[in-house]
Design a protein around this ligand. Sequence first.
Ligand code: NAG
Ligand code: NAG
Ligand code: NAG
Ligand code: NAG
Ligand code: NAG
Ligand code: NAG
Ligand code: NAG
Ligand code: NAG
Length: 356
Amino acid sequence: MMKVAAAATSLSLVAAAPYTPPTYTTPSNLTHPGLDILAKRAGLLYFGTAIDNVVLNNTAYVSIAHNVSEFGQATPSNGQKWMYIEPQQNVFNYSMADAIMKPAKEAGQMRRCHTFAWHSQLPDWVNNGNWTKETLTAVLENHIKNEAQYFKDDCYAWDVVNEAFEDDGSLRNSIWLQVMGPEYIELAFKWARQYTGNGTRLYYNDYGIERVNNKSLAVAEMAKDFIARDIPIDGVGLQAHFTVGRAPTYDEVSAALTLFDDLKLETALTELDVRILLPDSPEKQELQAEVYTNATKACVDVAECVGVTVWDFWDPVSWVPESFPGYGNACLLDDDLQRKPAYYAIEKMLDEVAKK
Ligand SMILES: *[C@@H]1O[C@H](CO)[C@@H](O)[C@H](O)[C@H]1NC(C)=O
Ligand SMILES: *[C@@H]1O[C@H](CO)[C@@H](O)[C@H](O)[C@H]1NC(C)=O
Ligand SMILES: *[C@@H]1O[C@H](CO)[C@@H](O)[C@H](O)[C@H]1NC(C)=O
Ligand SMILES: *[C@@H]1O[C@H](CO)[C@@H](O)[C@H](O)[C@H]1NC(C)=O
Ligand SMILES: *[C@@H]1O[C@H](CO)[C@@H](O)[C@H](O)[C@H]1NC(C)=O
Ligand SMILES: *[C@@H]1O[C@H](CO)[C@@H](O)[C@H](O)[C@H]1NC(C)=O
Ligand SMILES: *[C@@H]1O[C@H](CO)[C@@H](O)[C@H](O)[C@H]1NC(C)=O
Ligand SMILES: *[C@@H]1O[C@H](CO)[C@@H](O)[C@H](O)[C@H]1NC(C)=O
């Protein structure tokens, strides 16, 4: 199945194609070949998942996480974050990252690597250092250099800079911005290209850019400027952490992806999950299924969108309950590792696309 390019209208709300999501009240009749197999048949490069270190002792979880039919791509949820990779200055520890990356490679899963420059999950020595522009610049380059070289040729893509914008489209007031100024972003991309090699896709990754809004427009402006000035950027990751009841529709996600398509940049949904205000109900799970399907279908339909990654597939390891008290059940598999309506809905949609 070939992808159909969205109507290329710059910086405006334009739907890729009319789309009425079907409703799914029962499991499909499919024999469950696996979401990645179906996604590839529907024209995507992969359907993937984030994998977290905390449950690597659970063999049932691990066997699904590294099942390449189900998930053709893996992202370490936490293992490549700065606080674990460089817990003390110039002391690098790759054991958490390797615990995800090595089995993913052995299983034949593509790896999206995550992340170099971010304001969060930094070790104290970075947050509390008495930095000058010069010293912090050296710290960031040294971090990217070590990690990029360690994972050289292991990563299909790197999220080079994560969450650098505020919702209003201004730059986030992070330690990087405060000390290094706005050019920390382009420096990170230049170092990423220099040290990862030329085959790795370099992504900017953020949340809240799944609609055309001030934030996504600001990211598109930055990308456009980078392209004009030959700053290496290959893609934009739309995290897609959604909430039932206020999630973007198919048309909205399509329009946001199209902003970057118009710049000839690759895109991906990099952290898809759909949280529910508890208590859960069959009705909420139906809506959740529709939100998941809308987003995935938008990626299938917009030409440069290569794949969808869920931010873990199992409710008990989701980041949601801790970060959004009162919310939960955001994933495709329930507490007992059983498929939920959202799983069946994505499966059926992909199968229908593949058959066209
Ligand atoms: C499953 O198959 C049965 C019999 O072939 C058919 O009647 C039914 O509509 C199918 N259900 C779905 C969800 O496709
Ligand atoms: C991998 O997942 C597919 C799809 O769910 C399933 O058919 C297959 O048995 C799984 N393989 C293993 C080794 O568990
Ligand atoms: C895995 O380890 C966690 C604590 O680290 C523990 O709570 C959990 O019961 C363990 N799970 C299994 C399946 O051993
Ligand atoms: C590296 O990190 C792992 C996992 O957090 C930890 O168990 C190990 O002690 C660390 N190694 C060193 C040398 O600090
Ligand atoms: C921070 O660095 C500046 C300039 O290098 C120095 O003058 C100042 O004493 C330092 N402050 C602390 C608390 O170390
Ligand atoms: C978007 O930005 C414009 C000006 O750049 C501002 O007037 C508007 O209030 C912003 N909207 C939101 C929702 O922040
Ligand atoms: C990337 O390509 C450029 C130009 O071809 C080359 O000079 C450079 O060495 C390459 N970088 C790596 C890390 O392979
Ligand atoms: C899914 O997208 C369609 C088309 O944009 C929209 O009409 C529908 O409301 C969306 N569903 C949900 C649950 O957001």
